[in-house]
Design a protein around this ligand. Structure first.
Ligand code: ZN
Ligand code: MN
Length: 482
C-alpha cells in the first residue's frame, strides 16, 4: 500500500497599507485600544458604502504577477454570505467568479505548484473568547487581505512548509506586508486527502479542510495527524471521496488531534453574488505594463544572478537572499560591479561572523551599519596579507558594532599582521635560540614544526603571518642559518 498526501493551501496575507480596504480608517491594528480604528463602513453599519483601496488592489495584482498569474482585465467584487459574530453584516466582500489574478505557479526545487488564484478581500473583526462571553474588536475588520489559493499539488508536509515560507519571502520582497505569522499577518488553511495505491488500484480518501489553527506549527501537526487518521479510517471503512463527504476539521493542540467541525459547505452555500455597491474594475494594458515594470527583482532571480555574476554557491546565494533586508545590505557592502573574489569574501563575512553575531544578539541586520568602504579596506588588507582572514572575521563584527573602520580598529588593537620578513626573521632566530630541544625534535621529525610556529606566533602576539613564519622557519632550519 502506497500513501501520498494531496495537499492544497489557502494562504491569507494582510497587506500593510495605511488605510483599510473599503474605508479611510487606519489599517494599523496592533497595540491600540480596541475598536479605536473604526467607522460605519468597517463596523458594518447599515447604509455605509465601501470604496476600494487602490493601493491594496495594485499590491494584490503585484503579488499575482510575482506568482506568475494572469491578470483578469475585467474583474469585480462579490459578497460571500455567511454569518459569524466577527462579520456582522452577514457577508465578506471578496472575489469569486472574476478574481484579480488567476492561473499562476510557484517553482520549488524544480517542482511547479499551481496557483489557482490570488484575490482581494477584507479581514474580519477579531473575537476574543473569555469567561463564557465573546468580545469583538473591529480594528482588524476591513483590513486588506489577499488570498492565495494553490492547486492540490503539494505532496508532503515538508513542501507545505517550503511553499509557505517562499510566499512569505516573496511578499516581503514586494514590501506589501511584514507577513509576521505570530501577529496573524499571514495565516494558512490546508485541504488534505490521501491517494492510496493498493493491488493495482488507486483510491482517494474524503477531502478534509482544516480551519482556524492558531499557529503554523499547528497546521503542520494537524496535517501529520490527518495523514495517520485518514489512512486508518480508510483501512476500517474503505470510504472514498465523493461530492458530499467533504468535512471541515479543527485542531486541538492540547490533545494533538483534529476534530470534526462540520460537513463542508460548498461554494454554493455562500451564495456569492456581485457586490452591488462597488462598480466592476477594469485594468488597462497600460496599467498592467506599468505594474510589471514596477516589480522588484524577486528571490529566485536574485539567487541566479548571485550565482552567475559573483560565482557564489547555490547554498550561499540562497542564504543571502532568504531575507530581502539581508540581500540589500549585502549588495550595499559589495558596491557596484564587484570582482568575484571580493563578492565571495563579503558573502563569507555576512554568512559567517555577521550572521553568527546577529543570531547571538537575536537582532535583525541593520543595513545602515553596513559600509562598502569597510569591506573594501578589509579585503585589500587581507589580499596584501596585512590582516589575516581570522582577524578579518573579528574585525567586521567589531566594525559593525562600533561603526568604526576595521583598519582603524586593527591598528588600535595591534592586529595588523607582520608580513615583514626581516621582522619575522628576528623573531624566528630568537625562538630557535630559546628552544634547542624543539629544534632537535624537528631534525628527527619535521612534523613537529607546529610547536616552533606556535612559539613565534606567541612572540608576535598573534600578529605574525603564519604562512610566512613557517617559510622562514623552514628556510633557516634547513640552511642552519641561525
Ligand atoms: Zn472604517
Ligand atoms: Mn478568504
Amino acid at each position: 500500500m502506497k500513501i501520498t498526501p494531496i495537499i492544497g493551501l489557502e494562504v491569507h496575507v494582510e497587506l500593510n497599507t495605511k488605510s483599510k480596504m473599503f474605508c479611510a480608517c487606519s489599517a494599523q491594528h496592533f497595540h491600540i485600544p480596541p475598536n479605536s480604528h473604526t467607522c460605519p463602513v468597517c463596523l458594518s453599519l447599515p447604509g455605509a458604502l465601501p470604496v476600494p483601496n487602490k493601493t491594496a488592489c495594485l499590491w494584490c495584482l503585484k503579488l499575482g504577477l510575482a506568482l506568475n498569474c494572469q491578470i483578469n482585465k475585467h474583474s469585480f467584487f462579490e459578497r460571500k454570505n455567511y454569518f459569524y459574530p466577527d462579520l456582522p453584516k452577514g457577508y465578506q466582500i471578496s472575489q469569486y467568479q472574476k478574481p484579480f489574478t488567476v492561473g499562476g505557479f510557484l517553482k520549488i526545487d524544480g517542482q511547479k505548484i499551481g496557483i489557482n488564484r490570488v484575490h482581494m478581500e477584507e479581514d474580519t473583526a477579531k473575537s476574543q473568547h473569555s469567561d463564557g462571553s465573546t468580545l469583538l474588536d473591529f480594528n482588524r475588520s476591513g483590513v486588506p487581505l489577499v488570498e492565495i489559493v494553490s492547486e492540490p499539488d503539494i505532496y508532503s508536509v515538508n513542501l507545505v512548509k517550503t511553499y509557505f515560507q517562499k510566499i512569505q519571502q516573496i511578499v516581503r520582497y514586494l514590501k506589501i506586508s511584514d507577513a509576521d505569522v505570530e501577529k496573524g499577518q499571514m495565516r494558512c488553511e490546508p485541504t488534505i486527502n490521501l491517494k492510496i495505491e493498493q493491488n493495482g488500484q488507486t483510491f482517494y480518501t474524503p477531502l478534509v479542510e482544516i480551519k482556524n489553527v492558531a499557529s503554523f506549527t499547528g497546521v503542520l501537526q494537524a496535517l501529520e495527524y490527518e495523514i495517520k487518521r485518514q489512512s486508518q479510517e480508510f483501512k476500517k471503512t474503505n470510504q472514498v471521496k465523493n461530492d458530499t463527504n467533504k468535512t471541515t476539521r479543527g485542531w486541538n493542540p492540547d490533545k494533538g488531534s483534529t476534530f470534526l467541525q462540520r460537513q463542508k459547505e460548498g461554494s454554493a452555500d455562500y451564495r456569492y453574488f456581485p457586490e452591488p455597491d462597488i462598480p466592476p474594475i477594469e485594468w488597462s494594458k497600460k496599467d498592467i505594463k506599468k505594474l510589471k515594470l514596477s516589480l522588484p527583482e524577486l528571490p529566485d532571480q536574485k539567487i541566479e544572478r548571485y550565482k552567475k555574476d559573483f560565482g557564489l554557491s547555490d547554498y550561499d546565494a540562497v542564504r543571502l537572499c532568504e531575507n530581502p533586508v539581508f540581500a540589500f545590505a549585502y549588495e550595499k557592502a559589495i558596491g557596484k560591479n564587484p570582482s568575484q573574489s571580493f563578492a565571495k569574501f563579503v558573502a563569507n563575512l555576512f554568512l559567517g561572523p555577521l550572521n553568527k553575531h546577529l543570531n547571538e544578539t537575536e537582532k535583525q541586520l541593520d543595513p545602515n551599519k553596513i559600509d562598502h568602504i569597510f569591506f573594501k579596506d578589509l579585503f585589500d588588507s587581507v589580499q596584501k596579507s596585512k590582516i589575516s582572514s581570522t582577524v578579518a572575521k573579528q574585525l567586521i563584527v567589531k566594525s559593525y558594532q562600533t561603526g568604526q573602520n576595521p583598519l582603524k580598529i586593527a591598528k588600535s588593537q595591534n592586529l595588523l599582521q607582520i608580513s615583514d620578513t626581516v621582522e619575522i626573521e628576528k623573531l624566528v632566530r630568537q625562538v630557535i635560540k630559546d628552544n634547542p630541544k624543539a629544534v632537535e625534535d624537528y631534525r628527527n621529525n619535521p612534523n613537529t614544526i607546529g610547536f616552533l610556529i606556535g612559539q613565534v606566533m606567541q612572540a608576535s602576539k598573534g600578529s605574525a603571518n603564519p604562512q610566512l613564519v613557517k617559510q622562514v622557519l623552514e628556510k633557516l632550519l634547513k640552511n642552519k642559518q641561525y
